[in-house]
Design a protein around this ligand. Sequence first.
Ligand code: ADP
Ligand code: MG
Length: 630
Amino acid sequence: MSVINILSPHVADLIAAGEVVERPASVVKELCENAIDAGAKNVTVEIRGGGAAYIRVTDDGCGMSPEDAGVAFLRHATSKLRDEGDLAAITTMGFRGEALAAISAVSKIRLTTRERGAESGTLVLLEAGEILEMQPFGCPEGTTMEVRELFYNTPARQKFLKSDRSEASACQAAALRCALAHPEICFRFLRDGDEQFFSPGDGREDSCLYALLGRETAANMLKCVGGQDGIEVSGYVSSPSFGRGNRGAQFFICNGRAIRSQLLQAALEQAYKNTLLTGRYPGCVLYLTLGFGSVDVNVHPAKTEVKFSEERRVFDAVYYAVLSALAGEERGRAPSAELPASVKPRGDFYRTMSAEQFRESGLSASSPRPAVSGAAAARAPSGSWRPTGLRAPDPQWQTRFDLSAPVSTEKSAQAPAAAGFPAPAGSRIVENAVQNVEKPRLPDHKIVGEAMKTFLIVEQGEALILIDKHAAHERMIFDRLKAQDRAVMAQSLLAPIPLRPDGADAELIEKNAALFSSLGFEIEPYGEHEYVLRALPADMEAGDAAAAVEEICEKLRRGRAPRPEDARDEYLHTVACKAAIKAGWDNSPEELERVAAEVLSGRVKYCPHGRPVSVVLTKKELDKLFRRIV
Ligand code: ADP
Ligand code: MG
């Protein structure tokens, strides 16, 4: 008996549609790209109800003739590619002729379009890929594509849609990426009738960034220019003191296409090595221009991933451009300078702290800057191109590509920016809850001193013990929180702290209100996209709270813990780390004594991430080092 069926074209279309149209944001992206390819100068994107209900993209591009409007929705119908030779160097956003076929297969569409200079336009109505009506129509030059009831005929897809709010922010992010990629086009994005952003379309990277990412982000970016041998890099990177809790502010644009690339991400982050607080990520808007033949965009239907033919050279171009920008930080010009007066500042939707908290957090520009130049910069390998005087990338960069997890778990012990943290007022170090266990008899100890405001030096009997005060205290807090099998104790704030999470974080905060409250954060909605923090975990400084919330959101997003009971530990790590005393702080002798006693008691050996909190040098080892004995 025969069991193999040939699928009907309709079913085949539905299956193919799934690859291109995953969610409303994919529709926004594809329609914006078609508008860009059509040579539009102005593009307006409007969504309602998270996009699944309604998406409209209007452009003033070349428009379509009636004949083209009739075939544009067929699979493999494209004006951008003729033969296989064209595939080798793709210069347009689209080329597969799939998007309109895929979108129309799973929605209801109304297209109006008029070719430049044509007498009249065309109206086309479609449902599930079938043309219901097509007729001449009076409309402006350009194209308006309305997509309604996305996935109305594929209930399985519909079920996977998230809340309107999160679909809407994905749509907005998709349009924003297109807008950033094309400073020469004026983009407008409206959600439920309200304008969310616009870009001036004056062709300037700086005004585009300023208008789209907000004044504060722009003011903390450094100009970045570089490249070599046909690879050009330009754009902006964040100042090391302006790290974020996730990679949401990294934008890479390759030949006009916003892409995701672990290679570029690694190159960027390598350049910030040891200059950013751990757990913070740099932001960037980087434009790469290279020969159309040296980059293959035909890797995946969504075309957000690309393959570079010469990865090493691309990596180096980005790495050294960023490193030079950081080295010349003082000279770098913030893009907000010299802006045309027509550019109004938009909402800062990439900001989570108020300017004041930001200053107070010690991360502000006035805190000591890490030096990127100098001795460390002098080391550079031979062979690959580099500007003189800049540090070479880690030779292991290729193996470091799995950047889904934070690169390192080391905390601020190494982070130079931490040196600017203010010393807290009263003692912050609370005895460990498990401390009332009977103590073993130990020889007396003496704190000899503290080195680099980071390491305690303790003498005990015949041993010298070096203690990382932050790591040890972090462990003490973590153990205490874990031992109390209940909600983390919260301290109410006299002046609530405003929080401005981005769309994705806002949704996580709302969904996980109970979790945040069990961790000691009392967060209340305050206006449309704002929240206030009314209470925070007992030991935490107000200046650390916003970063802690952001980090917990990032952990929620990653959902890394294999078992639910481990998940809580992950969040407690964040609370403990942010609440602990930090390298660079001045601590009272009593505080340091508590930490030393706890470590010497043997109860605290490793920080919650598994790093040792102390290093022991015995008298014998010291004698050997000095060749007093052999
Ligand atoms: P692709 O973009 O890969 O060619 P699409 O399915 O997205 O495939 O579009 C099919 C064709 O429809 C395009 O090649 C183009 O000729 C035409 N088209 C789509 N959108 C527009 C638009 N906004 N303006 C002008 N022509 C368009
Ligand atoms: Mg297209």
